[in-house]
Design a protein around this ligand. Structure first.
Ligand code: IVH
Length: 668
């Protein structure tokens, strides 16, 4: 078998296993075997770039290239549905359809209304060619590369599909992925997503498809459009689409009577809580396409379909107290303590009040009867006060605290931010513990065996006050403490010892300087080479570094201006941590591309895109995703897109081939 044949065979097999695994939930082979096939294909494709196929199963991993989304007009506009909130409105819809069809028999297809972000997929000859967001309904963003990373969306179809059609559906982030994502974001001090819908649409618009690939999105498809669909039934056509490889909800049902529809609504009103994804209602559609056409459309929505929205669940209960939590960054969050109340299957005792403005806006008083809602959010929130229930006996007005509940330091509010902060970042206990947790986390010092609980324990026992204390711990300090045997204790101590080898850039990130995330830490490590040089850098020197602005620079100077921080760094230096870049880090680095901005485009023979990106950075250049007047040159492989070529020509940007580039940086 020649390479091309093997590549085709592997692609077909991987498409099939992918479908079995992600759509049918019924894998036929172990994960390891799948990975092996994938690796074989990746290797073959790398060796034979001439057989590159944008729909290959390998293309689901995403790339680091930034994308500027282009917009296209929808072939068929993406309309929305009329909403109803009561059974009587559903009855009105049913009656309108009956009259519109002049007494003809009809079926209604009942479906779940998925609460994500809608997408329109175009397939030509069984291959996904384009994915477009709803946008304004008339035109949307082309997000094909991002959508390709979603495993439940088939890139290549099987069976008897029409040569050309569109299929629409909802892209969703399952609750589980959503919660995991928010936990990660919290740990990295990034703003949380309020609900899975925002997380899904935010992710889909990400500039980096590798991020999309990592976020575990899912998709349900519920609407086929095209000239030559298999039959006249919406329901039946979707069953056929399932056989082509699409993920179609198993919960669609056909109803004949109004009572059938009510039964469906009642069932899902409670049962939806057990689904892995968010839903916010039921969609009712006339099943026959012929009847759909005869009913037609109003200006905004079809006459043949309607949405029934579930009531947002709300409970009424008493506000007893407002307490305040201090996070690792010092941000203070007000929390309402409530009389326990049943809401969406759980007992709610606490609800977030977010910030001082929200409290003020609600005009909260202790003892108030308040409304709590869960909606799509994970943390319940207070949405209103039952002022009628106050009957003259108004409790004490809730006023945001002015001092930190943990350490008593007066709180501050930074310009443009809603939150209050405790500025005492060198002595406030939750901030200290949070700093240690950040320091040991995987992306920072990555200390094996040490987790938040152990940190809490060691902190309480007075064994650690700051991260430098970790390096003084001995096995004897740990063993015999709660849940800690000799083996565990030894593991922790050796994990701490091993962290002395962690490179400077990660040590810098681990210090937890405000606004110095992983990327910034890398940039700083590169630009200054050592903590001494960084400590001495003034605002000018700092902001001279690419992408370091005033906000970050100020935070760094403030950090080193504090003698406590300087002393901590000194203790860590004495403990043997890496506070400068090693020879190894710097080996082979040059300034050959200093000041140059390079766009990578096309398919390459000698190195992968990621390798080229690393080479650009190693030689002091910067890789960006889109061509602009600032682009110094384009590193172009084969098959560079026509739009990019055109843009390059317009702006007069130089195009450099792979071999010339390697010569330029002297790595050929
Ligand atoms: S059908 C013309 N079916 O709800 C009818 N929509 O307001 C096209 N949605 O934008 C939509 N689940 O994002 C349909 N089973 C379902 C749905 C559904 C969720 C969303 C969709 C649409 C919005 C309608």
């Amino acid at each position: 078998m020649d390479a091309k044949q093997r590549i085709d065979q592997l692609r077909a097999e991987l498409h099939r296993h992918n479908y079995n695994y992600y759509v049918l939930n019924a894998p036929e082979i172990p994960d390891k075997a799948f990975d092996d096939l994938m690796r074989e294909l990746q290797d073959l494709e790398a060796a034979h770039p001439e057989y590159m196929d944008p729909n290959s199963p390998t293309q689901r991993v995403g790339s680091d290239l930034s994308k500027n989304f282009t917009q296209v007009a929808h072939k068929y506009p993406m309309l929305s549905l009329g909403n109803t909130y009561s059974e009587s409105e559903v009855a009105d819809f049913y009656e309108r359809v009956r009259r519109g069809l002049e007494g003809e028999d009809f079926e209604i297809c009942c479906e779940l209304k998925y609460d994500g972000t809608s997408i329109s997929l175009t397939y030509e000859d069984g291959r996904l060619v384009q994915a477009v967001t709803r946008g304004d309904g008339v035109q949307g963003d082309v997000v094909t590369d991002n959508v390709k990373t979603i495993r439940t969306i088939p890139l290549v179809l099987h069976g008897d599909y029409p040569p050309s059609f569109e299929i629409r559906g909802e892209i969703l982030m399952p609750w589980e992925s959503f919660e995991a994502l928010n936990r990660e974001r919290e740990a990295r001090e990034e703003p949380l997503f309020a609900n899975p819908r925002n997380a899904a649409s935010g992710t889909l618009k990400s500039q980096n498809s590798a991020v999309v690939a990592a976020r575990k999105l899912d998709a349900y498809l519920y609407y086929l459009l095209g000239e030559d669909l298999p039959g006249d039934g919406h329901y039946e056509n979707l069953q056929a689409a399932r056989a082509w490889g699409f993920k179609i909800s198993e919960h669609m049902r056909k109803a004949r009577t109004l009572q059938d529809i009510y039964d469906y609504i009642h069932y899902w009103d409670t049962e939806r809580k057990n689904l892995p994804v968010a839903t916010d209602g039921i969609v009712l559609k006339v099943n026959s396409l012929r009847q759909q056409r005869s009913l037609g459309y109003t200006a905004k929505s079809p006459r043949w379909a309607i949405a029934y929205k579930f009531q947002a669940e709300r409970a009424r209960t008493r506000l007893n107290e407002v307490t305040y939590q201090v996070g690792r960054t010092g941000a203070v969050t007000p929390v309402a303590n409530l009389d326990p109340v049943q809401l969406s299957g759980t007992v709610v005792r606490r609800a977030s009040l977010h910030n001082a403005d929200i409290i003020e806006g609600l005009d909260l008083h202790l003892g108030d009867m308040v409304y709590v809602e869960k909606g799509g959010e994970i943390i319940p929130k207070i949405t209103g006060v039952d002022t009628e229930a106050r009957d003259g006996s108004l409790g004490e007005k809730v006023r945001f605290i002015s001092r930190c509940p943990e350490c008593g330091t007066p709180l501050v509010r930074y310009e443009g931010e809603a939150a209050h902060y405790c500025p005492n970042d060198t002595a406030c206990p939750p901030q200290l513990k949070g700093k240690i947790e950040h320091f040991i986390s995987r992306r920072a010092m990555d200390i094996d065996g040490l987790g938040p609980e152990t940190v809490d324990l060691l902190y309480q026992k007075g064994l650690i006050r700051d991260v430098s204390d970790l390096y003084k711990l001995r096995v004897e300090d740990l063993k015999g403490r709660e849940r800690m045997g000799l083996k565990t204790a030894e593991n922790i101590i050796s994990g701490i010892a091993a962290s002395r080898a962690v490179p400077f850039e990660r040590v810098l990130f681990a210090l937890g300087i405000r606004f110095v995330g992983e990327t910034v830490a890398k940039k700083l490590a590169r630009a200054f080479g050592s903590i001494d040089a960084l400590r001495r850098a003034d605002m000018q020197a700092l902001t001279d570094v690419d992408e370091i602005g005033d906000r970050i620079a100020q935070s760094i100077t403030a950090y080193f201006a504090n003698p406590l921080n300087r002393a901590l760094v000194e203790r860590l230096e004495q403990a043997g941590l890496q506070f400068s870049r090693t020879e190894e880090d710097m080996a082979g680095q040059t300034d050959r591309l200093a000041g140059q901005t390079v766009v990578i485009s096309g398919v390459f023979a000698r190195h992968s895109r990621d390798e080229y990106k690393a080479l650009i950075e190693k030689h002091g250049g910067k890789n960006t995703g889109s061509i602009s007047a600032k682009t110094s040159f384009i590193l172009a492989g084969d098959n560079m897109g026509p739009a990019k070529l055109e843009k390059a020509r317009k702006l007069g940007v130089r195009i450099v081939g792979e071999d010339d580039f390697l010569q330029m940086i002297d790595e050929s």
